[in-house]
Write a protein that binds this ligand. Structure first.
Ligand code: ADP
Ligand code: ZN
Ligand code: ZN
Length: 681
């Protein structure tokens, strides 16, 4: 019996591994990748063994013995540890803060006995299911080319699947996946496939399709809505290789999948692939790295690719496969019309912000028994209420934000800090009882439509109407069953739904994003408009039915963004944006990192950022001035930021390494965090 040394990564901000003793009988050393329970300070913690050695830099009598090995599960692979190590290195975090939080909580915290119990229960949860199998529809020519091209390569081959809304990208993913699975089964070399989607709860259709298409295959799902027990079951199914397909949101990119052979990212441009707190990683970027590491193909699918991906495709670094037409026979892209609110034609009688043209189009759909969708990316009744006589407006006391009017439950709510209060009966400053709602949100649009079309069945879908678990799905089912004439909703309704009887999409007020200080705002608005427009006309046009139509209300009908939406011309729009980005030195032609600071007083945060600039030689790096964040105050905390830029990614990475070491050495009470490749600046 002698001792070996376990080098253990723990979930702490200290950027180091910790040494522990473990007694070994001959030939029985613990393995790298096993989880181990160790004493840490005054508590016990589960860590990841990253090396097993004979020696430590510390004297033996300073080392504590580890307490227990999690021997119930197979060790995590060297590739998985390397993925976490890459993410840790790239995003400037300790390895333990990347590797451990992503593991199911039961593995990290549970006592061995209760873990044993949970792991027995497990296997049942992720079984092949006996859903009625669905035969795959025959692919059209373009789809077939794409599916074969994806499944036909063995090595690293990043591929953009660029296909208009409704072009049948999902079908391409599924048939490429089927080919990869069949091929691997024939070679007795089981494969696993990872499919990432922006949202699972909102788009259960995809999950149902996957299960129906692969009836003999265990499918695991990983997303933040799972209960702990479920998460453990699904995670383990992926880790043991039992689940051949893993369908998940961004967090699934860190799932352990020992036989991973293909990665698919649906709607790769979607902002939700970026984690916006804690470890602020991009699941899309990590996915590309992971595919390269494993030397496997990866597919990035979108009708409106991110400019980063588009740039790679244009420069030939990514292969581009194109689907130009809708897959369903006789289904065509909707006609896009712009309703000019500035030069109101006489018939543009406005009713509570909705034009006569749009209302007439809705009426026509109701008469023909077709559905309409009115899109407005703002929930609540009105974004603010105001007093006409003294100028008071409903500011949140704790944030740089307005309190939003929610009329139904008579509350004012802050959508940023959660503060809420009753609607005041009169102006708090001057006593005027006539407080006015300004602007409009989905609730107000719903109210207006109900007044104009008293007979119509109207359904609002937004974060407020779908708070209860399962209620979003129930709402979408109602639409699919045809029990809704007019659907009113936020971006929740724009994502991925295949509404078969929807022939009109109205966009109420998209203009604000045109003038945002955020240079990504127009890229996002364009993607959002194309996506919501893509909900219309997905079925074959009925004889005598209206051609599917998208009507956008705007004060700037001549803006190039709307012209591109009208022409369904992503190529031209993206081309222009890339030229602008290159001229202005913005990503993807520049690499960025953002240092954020939070304090009770804005000045404290700014002072910290100035000190952070002064603590290092900025050779080759551009420091911008520290500035308050656009929404400076949230929940009584002031926030400021410092943007650093560099034209070379390796040079920026090298700088960040030194900088973070210097920052960690600074004595400060300011809360700070560093984000690499920020998207909201
Ligand atoms: P996308 O993801 O590109 O927007 P979907 O994958 O949702 O498009 O496909 C749009 C519709 O076309 C779906 O209803 C799908 O069932 C149908 N579809 C896809 N491929 C085919 C095909 N080859 N033949 C018939 N219908 C198809
Ligand atoms: Zn007043
Ligand atoms: Zn607030």
């Amino acid at each position: 019996m002698s001792d070996c040394i376990l080098k253990v990564a723990l979930d702490t901000p200290l950027d180091m591994c910790f040494d522990y003793l473990w007694p070994v009988a001959e030939g029985e050393r613990p393995q790298v990748g096993q989880l181990v329970l160790v004493p840490f300070g005054r508590r016990e913690a589960v860590g990841l063994i990253v090396a097993v050695e004979d020696d430590s830099d510390l004297p033996r009598d300073k080392l504590k013995p580890a307490l227990a090995l999690r021997a119930q599960m197979p060790p995590l692979s060297a590739e998985w540890i390397a993925l976490c190590a890459f993410a840790a290195d790239y995003y400037q975090r300790p390895l333990g803060e990347v590797a451990l939080p992503g593991l199911p909580k039961n593995l990290r915290t549970a006592k061995t006995a209760s873990l044993d119990k949970a792991l027995k229960k497990l296997t049942k949860a992720v079984q092949p299911h006996d859903a009625t199998p669905h035969a795959a529809p025959p692919l059209n020519a373009a789809q077939q080319v794409a599916a074969d091209a994806i499944a036909g390569v063995a090595g690293f081959a990043p591929t953009l699947l660029y296909g208009v809304t409704g072009s049948g990208k999902t079908e391409v993913y599924l048939q490429a996946a089927a080919q990869v699975l069949a091929h691997s089964d024939a070679g007795h070399n089981p494969a696993q496939i990872l499919i990432l989607v922006p949202e699972i709860n909102l788009t259960p259709q995809l999950e149902a399709n996957v299960r129906a298409r692969f009836p003999g295959v265990a499918v695991a799902t990983l997303h933040s809505g799972l209960a702990e027990g479920e998460r453990l079951a699904h995670w383990m199914a992926a880790h043991t290789g039992h689940a051949r397909i893993v369908l998940g949101t961004r967090l699934a990119i860190l799932a352990s999948m020992p036989h991973l052979r293909l990665i698919i990212i649906d709607e790769e441009h979607d902002p939700s692939y970026k984690q916006q707190e804690g470890l602020r990683y991009s699941a899309r970027d990590l996915a590309v790295w992971r595919a390269r590491q494993l030397n496997i193909p990866i597919v990035l699918g979108s009708a409106t690719p991110s400019l980063e991906t588009w740039h790679h495709a244009q420069s030939g670094r990514y292969r581009k496969l194109e689907l130009r037409a809708r897959a369903v026979q006789d289904a065509v892209l909707p006609r896009v019309g712009l309703i000019d609110l500035e030069r109101k034609a006489p018939r543009e009688q406005m009713t509570e912000g909705i034009s006569g043209t749009l209302l007439a189009a809705v009426r026509k759909r109701i008469e023909k028994n077709e559905q309409s969708l009115l899109f407005l990316n703002r929930r609540g009744y009105a974004p603010v209420i105001a007093c006409d006589s003294c100028g008071w407006i409903s500011n949140c006391r704790r944030c740089t934000a307005y309190l939003v009017l929610h009329k139904g439950d008579r509350r004012l709510r802050c959508h940023h800090c959660g503060w809420e209060e009753r609607i005041p009966a009169s102006c708090p400053d001057c006593g005027n009882v006539d407080l006015q709602p300004l602007g409009r949100g989905t609730q107000r649009v719903e109210e207006t439509l109900q007044a104009v079309f008293p007979e119509a069945r109207i359904l609002r879908i937004d974060a407020d109407s779908t708070r209860r678990k399962g209620s979003a799905q129930a709402a979408f089912d109602t639409v699919h069953r045809g029990e809704v004439d007019i659907l009113v909703g936020t971006q929740m309704v724009a994502k991925g739904h295949d509404f078969r009887n929807l022939t009109l999409v109205g966009v109420i007020n998209p203009d604000t994003a045109l003038f945002s200080h955020d240079y990504r705002a127009s890229e996002r608005l364009f993607a959002q408009l194309m996506q919501v427009a893509g909900r219309a006309g997905r079925a074959a046009q009925k004889d005598g039915g209206n051609p599917a139509e998208v009507l956008i209300q705007t004060r700037y009908p001549r803006h190039p963004l709307y012209a591109a939406v009208r022409d369904h011309d992503y190529d031209a729009f993206a081309g222009e944006l890339l030229v602008e980005r290159r001229q202005a030195n913005f990503p993807p032609f520049m690499y960025q990192a953002l240092l954020r600071a939070e304090a009770r007083e804005l000045q404290t945060a700014l002072d910290f950022l100035h000190a952070a600039m002064a603590c290092i030689d900025p050779a080759g790096i551009t420091f911008n001035d520290p500035v308050p964040m656009t929404m400076t105050r949230v929940a009584n905390v002031d926030r400021a930021q410092l943007l650093v830029e560099c034209a070379s990614r390796p040079a920026l990475q090298a700088f960040l390494k030194d900088w973070i070491t210097a920052l960690r050495g600074m004595k400060t009470r300011v809360r700070w965090s560093l984000e690499v490749d920020p998207v909201d600046i």
